[in-house]
Design a protein around this ligand. Structure first.
Ligand code: ADP
Ligand code: ZN
Length: 525
C-alpha cells in the first residue's frame, strides 16, 4: 500500500464526491452528516437500507487527517466495501477473524505507518485489549459504528458484544463518533445514544420506499395464495420469509414441485450450502430463496422484485428491514404478507415462555405494533412511517388498502349464523369444525357426532369457507367470541354475542377479501 493523498479541507465536498466516487449529487442527508463529522461532532445517522450510509463516513475519512475506524459486525460486507474502496483508489483495509494471520499483520503494519484511511473491524476485535493498546498509538480521525441498532436491546438484533462500545467515547471523548443504522424507533434511538455516550443528535432521512407496494392478505389457503402471487411475478427474483426452518424446507420443496426455481436457506444448512444459495441468487440462477430471517443481512442485490412474508415477522423493524431488500434499484417491487391472526397468538405464546423482565415487555410491545400494522384498515405506508415517527400526510396509493379499500357490509346475519352454530356445538369445537357444520359438510367427523342433525347445519352453504373464516376471525377480533387456547382453540361466546343473536344490534363487518388483492404492477421490467 502507498499512502493515498489526503485531500485538503478546502476541497469542495461535491467535487470530492464527483472525483473519487463518481456521483454528482449527495443523497438526502449525506452532506449534513459529513459536515458534522468534519466539524468534530457526534451524530446518529438513521437512513433506510440503500440510502447511502457508507458515504457518510467514507468521504470525510478521505478529507480528515488520520485513520477512520469503522466498526461493523458483518464480515462479508466488510470485504465488499473494502474491495470497492480499493478499486476507487482509497486506502482501505479490514481486520477480522476470516483472514490469515500474515494478512492481518500486514494490515497492522500499514496502519501504524499511517497508510490506511479507513479500517474496518469487528466490535469484538476493536474492544480487545490488544487493539485498544494499538488505538492509543494511532492518529484516529473518526470512529464510525455501523449497524448501531445492535447496541440496543430495543433494536431487533441486539448483540451483547456491541453493548460495550460505549467505552470508545469514554476513551476518545474528542474524536467524532458516527453511529449508523437503518432502523430505529424512538426508544432504540434513545438507547443507542445513551449507550454510546453521545448527545442525541439524530439525522434522520426518510424511510419511505415509494416503489415498494405493501400488501397484507388474510392467510386462508397459504399454499395457494403463495402460488398465485408467484405466478404474477413471471420469474422475477424474490425472497419468501418463513418463521421456522421446517416451514422453509416444506415451502421450498413445494415450490420446486410446482416448477419454481426455489431454494431453501436457513441456519441449519452448512456454511457452504448457504454460501452457494446466496451466490446463485446473486447471479440470478435461483428465482426464489425461501428463508428464515438468517437470510438477508448484507445481501446486496438490487433487483429483488418481491419479498413475501409467509408468517408474521416479530416486529415492524424486522418487517421493514426484510421488505426493504426488495426494489433497491428503485424499480417497482412487491412486499406481500400473508396474515393469520392466530399467528400472533403463537408468537405471544413463545414470548411468554421467555424469561420475564424488561426484554420480554419489549418483545410484547413490538409484536403488538406488528399486529396493529397487519390489522390496519388505513394506508399501510402511513402506519409504517408513523411507526418510525415520520408522518405521511396523504394515503400512498400504492398499498392494498389504498388500492382496494376495505368495504363494510351489514354482517349481522353472518354473525348470527356463526354465533348460533358455536352455541349449538356447545362451545366445544374450534373454528374449522364450526365452519364445516355451517357449510353442511357430510364428513365423518361431522356426521359421526350427529352434527348434521343440528338446526345450524348447512345454513351457511352459500358462502365459501374462506368467507366464514374471515367472518369468524372478525367476531373474535371484535370480542363477540373467543378461542380457548387451553382446549384445542374451541370457540366460546362472549357476553357481547347475546344482543347480536337476539337481533338487538346490527353489526358492520369488513367484507372478506378472498381474492388475491394484489395485481401485477405494470411498470416491471
Ligand atoms: P446503506 O449502507 O445505507 O444500505 P450503501 O452505503 O450501501 O447504503 O449505499 C447504497 C448504494 O448507493 C451504493 O451502491 C452506493 O454506492 C450508492 N450511493 C451512495 N451515495 C450515493 C450518491 N450520493 N449518489 C449516488 N449513489 C450513491
Ligand atoms: Zn397506502
Amino acid at each position: 500500500l502507498t499512502a493515498a493523498p489526503t485531500l485538503s479541507q478546502g476541497d469542495n465536498l461535491s467535487d470530492t464526491l464527483q472525483r473519487v466516487f463518481g456521483y454528482r449529487d449527495f443523497r438526502d442527508g449525506q452532506q449534513a452528516v459529513i459536515e458534522r463529522a468534519l466539524a468534530g461532532e457526534d451524530t446518529l445517522v438513521i437512513m433506510p437500507t440503500g440510502g447511502g450510509k457508507s458515504m457518510c463516513y467514507q468521504l470525510p475519512a478521505l478529507i480528515m487527517d488520520g485513520v477512520t475506524i469503522v466498526v461493523s459486525p458483518l464480515i462479508s460486507l466488510m470485504k465488499d466495501q473494502v474491495d470497492s474502496l480499493i478499486q476507487t483508489g482509497v486506502a482501505a483495509a479490514f481486520i477480522n477473524s476470516s483472514q490469515p494471520r500474515e494478512v492481518s499483520y500486514q494490515v497492522l503494519r500499514d496502519l501504524h505507518a499511517g497508510l490506511i484511511k479507513l479500517l474496518y473491524i469487528s466490535p469484538e476485535r476493536v474492544l480487545s485489549h490488544d487493539f485498544q493498546e494499538r488505538l492509543s498509538h494511532l492518529n484516529i480521525a473518526m470512529i464510525a459504528i455501523d449497524e448501531a441498532h445492535c447496541i440496543s436491546q430495543w433494536g431487533h438484533d441486539f448483540r451483547p458484544e456491541y453493548a460495550a462500545l460505549g467505552q470508545l467515547k469514554q476513551a476518545y471523548p474528542h474524536i467524532p463518533l458516527m453511529a449508523l443504522t437503518a432502523t430505529a424507533d424512538q426508544a432504540t434511538r434513545h438507547s443507542i445514544c445513551e449507550r454510546l455516550g453521545i448527545e442525541p443528535y439524530v439525522l434522520l432521512s426518510s424511510f419511505d420506499r415509494p416503489n415498494i407496494r405493501y400488501t397484507v392478505a388474510e392467510k386462508l389457503n397459504a399454499a395457494n395464495q403463495l402460488r398465485q402471487f408467484l405466478q404474477t411475478q413471471n420469474g422475477n427474483n424474490g425472497i419468501v420469509y418463513c418463521s421456522s426452518r421446517r416451514r422453509v424446507d416444506d415451502v421450498a420443496q413445494r415450490l420446486r414441485l410446482q416448477g419454481f426455481k426455489a431454494q431453501a436457506y436457513h441456519a441449519g444448512l452448512s456454511q457452504q450450502e448457504r454460501a452457494e444459495v446466496q451466490d446463485k441468487f446473486l447471479k440470478d440462477q435461483i428465482e426464489i430463496v425461501v428463508a428464515t430471517v438468517a437470510f438477508g443481512m448484507g445481501i446486496n442485490k438490487s433487483n429483488v422484485r418481491f419479498v413475501v412474508h409467509y408468517d408474521i415477522p416479530k416486529s415492524i423493524e424486522a418487517y421493514y428491514q426484510e421488505t426493504g431488500r426488495a426494489g433497491r434499484d428503485g424499480l417497482d417491487a412487491e412486499a406481500y404478507m400473508l396474515f393469520d391472526p392466530a399467528d400472533i397468538g403463537r408468537v405471544k405464546h413463545l414470548i411468554e415462555q421467555s424469561e420475564p423482565g424488561p426484554q420480554q415487555q419489549v418483545e410484547f410491545h413490538k409484536l403488538n405494533s406488528m399486529a396493529a400494522f397487519a390489522e390496519a384498515q388505513t394506508c399501510r405506508r402511513q402506519v409504517l412511517l408513523h411507526y418510525f415517527d415520520e408522518s405521511a400526510s396523504e394515503p400512498c396509493g400504492n398499498c392494498d388498502i389504498c388500492l382496494n379499500p376495505p368495504k363494510q357490509y351489514d354482517g349481522t346475519q353472518d354473525a348470527q349464523k356463526v354465533l348460533s352454530c358455536v352455541y349449538r356445538l356447545k362451545q366445544h369445537f374450534g373454528m374449522h369444525h364450526v365452519i364445516d357444520v355451517l357449510r353442511g359438510s357430510k364428513a365423518a367427523n361431522v356426521c359421526d357426532r350427529g352434527h348434521d342433525k343440528l338446526s345450524t347445519w348447512g345454513i351457511g352453504n352459500e358462502k365459501s369457507s374462506e368467507h366464514w373464516i374471515s367472518v369468524t376471525r372478525q367476531l373474535i377480533h371484535l370480542g363477540f367470541a373467543s378461542q380457548d387456547i387451553t382446549r384445542g382453540s374451541s370457540l366460546k361466546l362472549n357476553p357481547a354475542a347475546r344482543p347480536v343473536l337476539k337481533s338487538e344490534v346490527a353489526l358492520m363487518l369488513a367484507e372478506p377479501r378472498i381474492q388475491l388483492t394484489n395485481t401485477p404492477s405494470s411498470r416491471h421490467r
